[in-house]
Design a protein around this ligand. Structure first.
Ligand code: ZN
Length: 289
């Protein structure tokens, strides 16, 4: 099932809010659980990158669980597919048998380099590898990012605090925390570590490594990430989870040339099932003392 179809199936079953439109006019949907006027809010984002459908699956599965047992002490706001145009291009590639890397939105912008915190125009790497996408014409230049920010700002204006944020990507079995754009440690570094460790230890039977995003690959700084902005602008304890080990198998050359498989391997459902309870505990702040 395509990422878009997964979200639309959920939207047919549950009430959702269209909080904006993509460049090509696709709806940006969010599903919210818990009291509307809750003082604290968790934000969950999925599908920022075009091919990373496992994150969309995980966000939808999370929403289904939250619908079955909503939190009583916080609001959890889930936007499972932030880049629907990118996901639709991947679906079209699959249908046509094209093997292509895709990451960006319809304007070629990497939506995870377009957030205002530490945004920069220049990205050396994108000139070498165009599919990576560029960072946009300015901070939050893209409707997908701007719509998320507007939705969050409405919550903040209503008096809520966004104190937790989770963004779901693939792949690498990593739990990343801020910053992605600078080497220095985030505010409340220990708290981020503890939350990441709690998440790590509640993943059933799989090992996810923990890193500060900017220190994963030393020297590879990522300005304009959601992780940094959610932390810096809203003060959220922010984690990014790279789901799955990837579908590239060294001994199976067929998998080398199927980029979609790398980011959304056939065993994604099993991976989501194992990680889901840990994601649920983090979003509901169940790990807090
Ligand atoms: Zn990603």
């Amino acid at each position: 099932m395509s990422a878009e179809a997964r979200v639309e199936r959920l939207a047919a079953e549950r009430s959702s809010e269209v909080f904006g439109r993509s460049v090509e006019g696709r709806p940006l949907r969010a599903f919210a659980f818990g009291p509307e006027n809750a003082a604290r809010v968790t934000v969950v984002l999925g599908g920022i990158h075009a091919m990373e459908w496992i994150g969309v699956d995980a966000a939808c599965a999370l929403a289904e669980r939250l619908a079955a047992s909503p939190p009583s002490d916080r609001r959890i706001w889930v936007a499972p597919l932030v880049n629907p145009d990118g996901a639709a291009s991947v679906a079209a590639d699959l249908a046509a048998g094209r093997r292509r890397f895709r990451r960006a939105n319809a304007r070629g912008v990497d939506l995870n380099r377009n957030w205002p915190t530490h945004w920069t125009a220049a990205r050396f790497g994108t000139r070498l590898v165009p599919f990576l996408g560029h960072s946009g014409s300015g901070p939050a230049s893209e409707p997908e990012v701007r719509s998320v920010l507007e939705a969050l700002d409405v919550m903040v204006a209503a008096g809520s605090t966004i104190d937790r944020a989770l963004s779901l990507h693939s792949f690498g079995r990593m739990i990343l925390h801020p910053y992605g754009s600078v080497w220095r440690r985030p505010h409340r570094y220990d708290e981020h570590r503890r939350a990441a460790e709690a998440l790590q230890s509640s993943i059933d039977g799989l090992h996810y490594r923990i890193r500060q995003s900017s220190r994963w690959v030393p020297g590879a700084f990522a300005p304009g990430m959601e992780l940094d902005h959610l932390h810096e602008r809203y003060g959220a304890l922010a984690l990014l989870v790279e789901l799955g080990s990837g579908g590239l198998q060294v001994r199976q050359p067929r998998t080398w040339v199927r980029p979609t498989r790398w980011f959304y391997p056939p065993d994604s459902e099993e991976e989501v099932a194992r990680v889901l309870p840990a994601l649920l505990a983090f979003t509901a702040a169940a790990s807090e003392p």
